[in-house]
Design a protein around this ligand. Structure first.
Ligand code: SF4
Length: 96
């Protein structure tokens, strides 16, 4: 088993891969819950994270967001994680 490493931005904007076809959020709608207007809109964030839990492409989504943290992916819920949770996850990967 390999240890995951922090996904790194290549410097080029990358289109999401074929995995987006299986994104549960694309079927659900309600974009506001993934991008609440306030960072502390915990109710919306909890709804988004709950939906993400049953998404088959959660890992790909999280890694895509981590590779693009310099862009708008630094906001909102991706891969079932809030921005703060993604930062902590990335820090853990870097220190492991
Ligand atoms: S993990 Fe969440 S945000 Fe990412 S594609 Fe799946 S449902 Fe959408």
């Amino acid at each position: 088993m390999t240890t995951p490493t922090r996904p790194v931005w290549s410097g080029l904007w990358e289109q999401p891969g074929e995995w987006v076809r299986d994104a549960v959020c694309a079927e659900v709608g309600m974009p506001d819950v993934w991008f609440p207007t306030a960072d502390k809109d915990t109710f919306s964030i909890q709804i988004a994270k709950r939906i993400c839990r049953r998404c088959p492409v959660r890992d790909q989504c999280r890694d895509y967001a981590l590779r693009h943290e310099a862009g708008y992916q630094r906001y909102g819920v991706y891969g079932g994680m809030s921005p703060a949770e993604r930062r902590k996850y990335a820090d853990r990967l870097e220190s492991s």
